[in-house]
Design a protein around this ligand. Structure first.
Ligand SMILES: Nc1ncnc2c1ncn2[C@@H]1O[C@H](COP(=O)(O)OP(=O)(O)OP(=O)(O)O)[C@@H](O)[C@H]1O
Ligand SMILES: [Mg+2]
Length: 251
């Protein structure tokens, strides 16, 4: 039987702005099973990052509910919430967010120091960095790395605690095509091994990697497209289906 990882019910989040309240997430409901790869698309300002932040327990909802393995995020104690953020999920931010005074290896290992010995964690972080093509960059500081190298370090960091769900907000936005492709291949491979993934992206080639594509408009899900398991030969056809869905929405 499929394991329900996330169950999102009528999720709502407002921000105060100059002109009053603005609903960044406007009554979203959906669920995510173990092993899914959901990609999230939508115009700038539609609420994609806000949604991911709520699901990752990094912001408080105004109303509604997010259940992780049946447990309400809003009802978790601070300690449970910290464990959820630290171990159950991994998060790759739109801006990377590395610590400047730590090396790539230390940045990648950071979430693991809380839970395991330094040697063990750094070995694992090192393996992820190797896997992401950063074997030569381990001792470098973020200030000495390119945008793509920093983003790949952020991905290694998100994976170091072997999270149940990997959230990524525009992981390939600042990368050249080759580094971006490399990351997308890795994500597909991880998903094939069972990693649950939810990724926000503006790039339809990236969105096409998902088994399911969710389109957000004005803080709500306006369309959902089921693509199934990714097969490289079907990339163009999958992109076309996403463009078709977007066109339908505009009509
Ligand atoms: N901290 C905040 N305070 C006030 N308003 C916010 C805040 N964060 C987001 N918003 C507003 O919420 C809405 C959704 O923002 P969000 O960052 O989720 O969009 P997005 O879809 O991720 O956009 P992009 O593709 O540009 O990253 C926007 O109107 C934005 O201005
Ligand atoms: Mg965003």
């Amino acid at each position: 039987m499929a394991i329900q990882m996330l169950s999102v019910k009528d999720l709502y989040k407002t921000y105060q702005s100059g002109e009053g309240e603005c609903a960044a997430v406007n009554h979203i409901s959906f669920s995510m099973e173990k092993g899914e790869f959901i990609t999230v698309i939508g115009a700038s300002g539609s609420g994609k990052s806000s949604l991911l932040c709520l699901l990752a327990g990094m912001a408080d909802m105004t109303s509604g509910e997010v259940l992780y393995m049946g447990k309400s995020l809003a009802r978790m104690t601070d300690r449970e919430k910290a464990a959820y953020r630290g171990r159950e999920i991994g998060f790759v931010f739109q801006e990377g967010n590395l610590l400047e005074d730590m090396t790539a290896l230390e940045n990648a290992a950071l979430p693991g120091y809380l839970y395991q010995g330094r040697k063990e964690v750094e070995e694992r972080a090192g393996r992820w960095l190797d896997c992401l093509g950063l074997g030569e960059q381990k001792r470098k500081y973020p200030g000495q790395m390119s945008g793509g190298q920093k983003q790949r370090t952020a991905i290694a960091r998100a994976l170091v605690n072997q999270p149940e769900i990997l959230f990524l907000d525009e992981p390939t936005g600042s990368l050249d095509k080759i580094s971006g492709e490399r990351i997308l291949r890795l994500l597909v491979k991880l998903n094939e091994k069972g990693q649950s993934i939810m990724m926000v992206t503006h790039d339809m080639g990236a969105a096409a990697r998902g088994k399911k594509v969710i389109m957000i408009k004005d803080g709500n899900i306006c369309k959902t497209l089921t693509l199934g398991r990714f097969i490289q030969e079907e990339l163009e056809e999958r992109k076309t289906r996403i463009y078709d869905m977007m066109r339908e929405e505009k009509v």
